[in-house]
Design a protein around this ligand. Structure first.
Ligand SMILES: CC(C)(COP(=O)(O)OP(=O)(O)OC[C@H]1O[C@@H](n2cnc3c(N)ncnc32)[C@H](O)[C@@H]1OP(=O)(O)O)[C@@H](O)C(=O)NCCC(=O)NCCS
Length: 319
């Protein structure tokens, strides 16, 4: 017995920035960004905090699941970091939801949502009566160096949530990690202890070796999808929808080509959200669920990769 997804929700901040807006202050162009990434626009938290979009996604998911916050037994927040180091985003969310369950953040960067599902699955093996809220949220705009055109154009902000109860939707799941600080990192500012005060404080902005992450991502998607589909006893062609982490259209096209599966099997939403880190997969999941795309028996593969370097993939059969 694993879990079933009984509700989904999502939220995007109001402010939309298209590529032409970025070209006002960065040496870039709409043509470059679209041709290298497939991204046309992204949502940015200007008026909203990370907590506010997480809260909105949570309420949407709870409403969709027809549950009250007090019926939730655990909140897991996959995120790179909320509005404060402590309390965790999950604790702040619990307060705003008026829930009373344990809660914690989980940092596996862009793979966080799949990591969160795996942790939830483990809880269900202990207690099948639970209801678990997994809220993946990232405000990448707060971590990006807006003077660095090679990274700033890639990211956006958003939140996606699922409510889980015990069930049999999860057919296979795989997590991986290969520690690597060079490929993608966000440094922590050094503290202000007197003995460290002469040290240079690194700016807490995202740094990335784009081509290295690109190669890693294409190969990870292929390897992970082959592994989880084999574990679930499925051929890749038997999967109805593949929801990849929405980082870059070319990465997804590269993986589809290498796997020899039609690109149409991959759900692509990178154009209007950019890379929303942990939120990117549940944002798409919610959209398809609300549009009644999933029917009982629909087979869905999720595949994610990100900082760490981490990857996660799973097969879900919608009930
Ligand atoms: C970042 C990425 C789009 C860059 O694409 P690329 O084809 O590898 O491009 P390069 O890094 O080789 O840069 C090519 C040129 O474009 C320039 N360039 C970089 N960003 C630019 C921008 N926004 N606008 C215009 N030119 C840009 C570079 O300076 C470089 O110029 P040069 O050849 O004169 O030195 C690509 O590597 C990528 O998508 N990587 C994965 C990133 C990712 O998904 N990260 C998140 C993982 S969770």
């Amino acid at each position: 017995m694993s879990f079933s997804i009984i509700g989904t929700g999502s939220a995007l901040p109001k402010t939309v920035q298209n590529n032409k807006d970025l070209a006002q202050f960065l040496d870039t162009s709409n043509e470059w960004i679209v041709s290298r990434t497939g991204i046309e626009s992204r949502h940015i938290c200007v008026a909203e905090s990370t907590l506010e979009i997480a809260l909105k996604a949570s309420f949407n998911a709870l409403e969709n699941a027809q549950l009250k916050p007090e019926e939730i037994d655990l909140i897991i927040c996959p995120t790179l970091g909320g509005d404060t180091v402590t309390p965790s985003l999950a604790c702040l969310l619990q307060e705003k939801l008026a829930a009373s369950c344990p809660c914690f953040d989980l940092n596996a960067a862009c793979s966080g949502f799949v990591y969160g599902l795996d942790v939830a699955d483990a809880y269900f093996s202990r207690n099948q009566e639970m209801k678990i809220l997994v809220v993946a949220v990232d405000a990448m705009s707060k971590f990006v160096n807006w003077q660095d055109r090679s990274t700033a154009v890639l990211f956006g902000d958003g939140a996606g949530a699922v409510v889980l109860s015990s069930g049999n939707d999860l057919k296979a799941i795989l997590l991986t990690a290969v520690g690597n600080q060079h490929a993608l990192s966000i440094p922590w500012p050094k503290g202000n202890h007197p003995l460290t005060e002469n040290q240079v404080k690194p700016l807490p902005y995202l740094k990335m070796d784009g081509p290295e992450v690109y190669r890693f991502a294409v190969s990870a998607i292929c390897k992970d999808l082959r592994t989880v589909s084999a574990q679930a006893g499925l051929k890749l062609t038997e999967i109805d929808y593949i929801i990849p982490h929405q980082a870059n259209l070319r990465i997804i096209e590269g993986a589809a080509k290498r796997l020899k599966i039609p690109i149409e099997k991959f759900v692509l939403r990178v154009n209007n959200c950019g890379n929303t880190s942990a939120a990117s997969i549940p944002l798409v999941l919610d959209e398809l669920n609300r549009n009644n795309v999933f029917k009982p028996g629909t087979k869905i593969a999720l595949t994610a990769f990100g900082g760490g370097l981490t990857t996660g993939a799973c097969i879900i059969e919608w009930s």
